[in-house]
Design a protein around this ligand. Structure first.
Ligand code: UT7
Length: 323
């Protein structure tokens, strides 16, 4: 059986850090409110010349370096983003060109905060189906460019950044002892559209629009949806919460992360948290957190790693893999 194994990882962040203290001078908020309600202490904001494609390129180059590969070794690039450089062509094609890659194929995938989980699932399907051998999976966002900077209920929550992994086809035994992706679980339900959306688009307003969110409503659904897909991952593999070495959740809110871990019975020492440093970077949050824990030696080869996310759509999903 073919498995999709993580061979490299990398990140890129904008130069500029925006602290909670600076936000206090922009909207009616406080460092205390932001930290207590979300766990966020700072976020990175893209400046001039920094775009979703340039950040994605940086993360991709770092992941290729770590893997000891070049763009010549990649056959597919999947970019998860909701903040593309242009309506078209895809940011993935832009990054492909920036990497000097003119073979293979590249496309974008849009599942908002669940984008990275959707992209890993898609890459795994292409790899197991024999359509690709090595896939660059990139989550990259510049949410700062779709925020309403006068709306304190949303502008304090999000940040910019990018993370990438290289997934490679390897022969496995078909059991949980294999390295690589062991199961993926995706869900969506468009009935929840109005709770988290962007009020513009090419086919409606002809504008880019701004992010709108009923935070409390999203919060209400988050823990239940996250834990449901995780339980499905356990059912599919026979693994349990006790087998998880590292939970790497989407980084939206420390309270959602803690609540999900508690409900799943995963101790907080096994949970990777970067929301304090990055804020919510949507599709980039999981690969940013993964890279943080893998590069400081927490995640080691052979560890069981659980990824989960929930976001606009609603979309939600989980990936269980052995590092
Ligand atoms: O990434 C994908 C999905 N997104 C999420 O997962 C986000 C989910 N939601 C959340 O994380 C939380 O709901 C928020 C962090 C957005 C809000 O936290 P909350 O505990 O649900 O607060 P709330 O919306 O119930 O607001 C409580 C109060 C309100 O004032 P009143 O009505 O009680 O007087 C808000 O107006 O806090 C007020 N408030 C603020 N105060 C200071 C809202 N935003 C701010 C702010 N600074 N930035």
């Amino acid at each position: 059986m073919i498995r999709s194994v993580v061979r490299g990882f990398g990140t890129a962040l904008p130069k500029r850090v925006l602290t909670n203290a600076e936000l206090e001078s922009m909207v009616d908020t406080s460092d205390e409110w932001i930290v207590q309600r979300t766990g966020i202490q700072q976020r990175y904001i893209a400046g001039e010349g920094e775009t979703t494609a340039s950040l994605g390129e940086g993360a991709a180059r770092a992941a290729l370096d770590k893997a000891g590969l070049t763009a010549a070794d990649i056959d597919l690039i999947i970019v998860a983003t909701s903040t593309p450089d242009n309506t078209f062509p895809a940011t993935a094609v832009n990054i492909q060109n920036r990497l000097g890659m003119h073979h293979g194929f590249a496309f974008d995938l849009q599942a908002v905060c669940s984008g990275f989980v959707y992209a890993v699932t898609t890459a795994d399907a292409y790899i197991r189906g024999g359509l690709a051998k090595r896939v660059l999976v990139i989550g990259t966002e510049t949410f700062s460019r779709i925020l309403d900077w006068t709306d304190r209920t949303t502008c304090v929550l999000f940040g910019d950044g990018a993370g990438a992994i290289v997934l490679e086809a390897r022969e496995g035994t078909g059991t949980n002892t294999d390295r690589g992706v062991l199961t993926t679980q995706l869900r969506s339900d468009g009935a929840h559209r109005d709770k988290l959306f962007v009020d513009g688009g090419p086919s409606t307003t002809g504008t880019v629009g701004h992010l709108r969110m009923e935070g409390r409503e999203v919060f209400k659904h988050a823990v239940g949806m996250i834990t449901d897909v995780v339980y499905s991952s356990f059912d599919a593999t026979g693994l349990t919460a006790d087998d998880i070495d590292w939970l790497v959740p989407h980084q939206a809110n420390k309270r959602i992360i803690d609540g999900s871990a508690k409900k799943l019975g995963i101790p907080l020492e096994k949970v990777v948290v970067t929301v304090d440093q990055h804020g919510n970077t949507s599709a980039a949050s999981i690969p940013l957190a993964l890279a943080a824990a893998a590069s400081d030696g927490r995640i080691k080869e052979g560890d069981i790693v659980l990824l989960e996310a929930m976001g606009g759509g609603f979309t939600w999903g989980a990936v269980l893999l052995r590092w």
